[in-house]
Design a protein around this ligand. Structure first.
Ligand SMILES: [Zn+2]
Length: 129
């Protein structure tokens, strides 16, 4: 089967339409299905990944995305946000000795945060802005 990639603009329009039609969407899989349904009106061969829909929705401020996550056993490493690809900043706490210690990381773009053990996103809820 041939897949075709829609442009960012087409996806953004589809996200807007899907949110308008469905209101709050309580999973990323559903959100992507709704977006795909809108896209397929233009081209039945269109395909889009869940991560692309999520990132575009966040980057363009179309939706407020609530992130549900569980803590994993893996140590967190400083890196880009796993949710939106934005930069993360250290969350610091003061120690009793007057220094500071890193206790986690937070993304300024989407609000994702993690402790020193990595929080793995399990569910995204899309709320129209
Ligand atoms: Zn983020």
């Amino acid at each position: 089967m041939a897949y075709r990639k829609p442009s960012d603009t087409e996806i953004l329009e589809a996200i807007k339409d899907a949110l308008q039609r469905h209101g709050v969407v309580n999973s990323q899989r559903k959100m992507t299905e709704f977006v795909l349904k809108e896209l397929k009106r233009h081209d039945p061969d269109y395909s889009v990944s869940e991560a692309r829909v999520r990132r575009l929705a966040i980057d363009n401020g179309l939706a407020k995305v609530e992130i549900h996550a569980r803590e994993s056993a893996k140590k967190t490493s400083a890196r880009d946000c796993p949710v939106c690809g934005g930069k993360t900043v250290k969350i610091r706490n003061e120690t009793v000795y007057g220094g500071t210690v890193t206790v986690g990381y937070k993304c300024k773009t989407c609000g994702y945060w993690t402790g020193l053990k990595q929080r793995v996103p399990t569910l995204y809820v899309f709320c129209p802005k």
